[in-house]
Design a protein around this ligand. Structure first.
Ligand code: COA
Length: 330
């Protein structure tokens, strides 16, 4: 099979807005406490975008870094994918706003919404298109401004969600080099009501009554989501090992979606992966949905936690429900 096209991540980047929202800040808004938030979620603080920033602006900062680390220019791109559930607008896509700011004139551009699983879905789409020869140099961005869709009176959600962006550049490589080894995606739309923003789309347009009821904000049944997140991420990870014949013993680093430290710990326990091999930054950034994995990946690369030849597992779970995994040889 020599010469077969595979896909490699050739650059990473991330961006977190400057404004820090601490648990102490949230204590002033809702009936909660720093202690409750830390023990039940692992979050100490999170970032909040400036009023003037849109999702594509966060994505832009991450994309510039990813391009620089890849040694590429925006004009080299032929595909831009933005994984987001908090787009700049319903149309056009956030990817088109980003394409314009980057000046990536040759790139096709589209958004992909799989909520918190968006980045893993994006890796799968980019990898498939690159291997099929339909794209060469792909910029994949996970970017969110969730704080614009939060009910600040709902203590079950407003403590969790936050803003940020991460990006990777993906490009063709030869077989046997650093590569995307396997990806596995799942969805169960029957669970849509457990985690959603009910209004703003065609189902419930933004009327004054809808806005009055706060249906333009995240609604979540936390407990049910929690259990299915652990089950889903573990199942997707096991599929990745099964498909490649590799095992958790071969693994260098597991980068799970950062939704709750207890979800991360329970998933690692189920997979028998020691926490020393798990990337955690939820304490500083909270849940930035599609952006958590690329932000954590960039941090892991910059801190030298990922080296050439390492086996890296990505696992995500999100609204839909959607879940999935990607196994990478770095
Ligand atoms: N501060 C203080 N108390 C809070 C609170 C807060 N911020 N949020 C909830 N509580 C209270 C509840 O009202 C409840 O009180 P009660 O027993 O008097 O009714 C109690 O704490 C327990 O609530 P529960 O919802 O069972 O807590 P939990 O341990 O499940 O934690 C979440 C709540 C939301 C943190 C947790 O369920 C979770 O993280 N779920 C998954 C979230 C997720 O992953 N979402 C995104 C997927 S991508």
């Amino acid at each position: 099979m020599a010469g077969r096209i595979r896909t490699k991540i050739v650059g990473t980047g991330s961006y977190l807005p400057e404004k820090v929202l601490t648990n102490a800040d949230l204590e002033k808004k809702v009936d909660t406490s720093d202690k409750w938030i830390i023990t039940r979620t692992g979050i100490r603080e999170r970032r909040m975008a400036a009023r003037s920033q849109a999702t594509s602006d966060l994505g832009y900062e991450a994309a510039v870094q990813a391009l620089e680390s890849a040694g590429m220019k925006a004009r080299d791109l032929d595909l831009i994918l933005v994984a987001t559930c908090t787009p700049d607008a319903l149309m056009p896509s956030t990817a088109c706003y980003l394409q314009s700011r980057l000046g990536a004139r040759k790139a096709a551009a589209m958004d992909l919404n799989a909520a918190c699983t968006g980045f893993v879905y994006g890796i799968t789409v980019a990898d498939s298109m690159i291997r099929a020869g339909a794209a060469k140099n792909c910029l994949l961005v996970g970017a969110e401004i969730l704080t614009r869709f939060i009910n600040w009176n709902d203590r079950g959600t407003c403590i969790l969600f936050a803003d940020g962006a991460g990006a990777v550049v993906m490009a063709p490589t030869g077989l046997g080099r650093s590569e995307v080894l396997t990806t596995h995606l799942y969805a169960d739309g029957r669970q849509a009501g457990l985690l959603c923003i009910p209004a703003l789309g065609s189902r419930k347009p933004a009327t004054p009554a809808v806005l009055e009821k706060g249906l333009n904000t995240v609604h979540m049944k936390g407990n049910e989501t929690f259990k299915l997140a652990v089950k889903g991420m573990a199942q997707a990870a096991q599929q990745a090992f099964k498909a490649t014949g590799l095992s958790r013993d071969d693994l260098s680093l597991f980068i799970p979606h950062q939704a709750n430290i207890r979800i991360i710990e329970a998933t690692a326990k189920r997979l028998k992966i020691p926490m020393s091999k798990v990337m955690v930054n939820i304490d500083r950034y909270g849940n930035t949905s599609a952006a958590t994995i690329p932000i954590a990946l960039d941090e892991a690369v910059l801190r030298g936690r990922i080296k050439r030849g390492d086996l890296v597992l990505l696992g995500a779970f999100g609204a839909g429900f959607t879940w999935g995994s990607a196994l990478l040889r770095w």
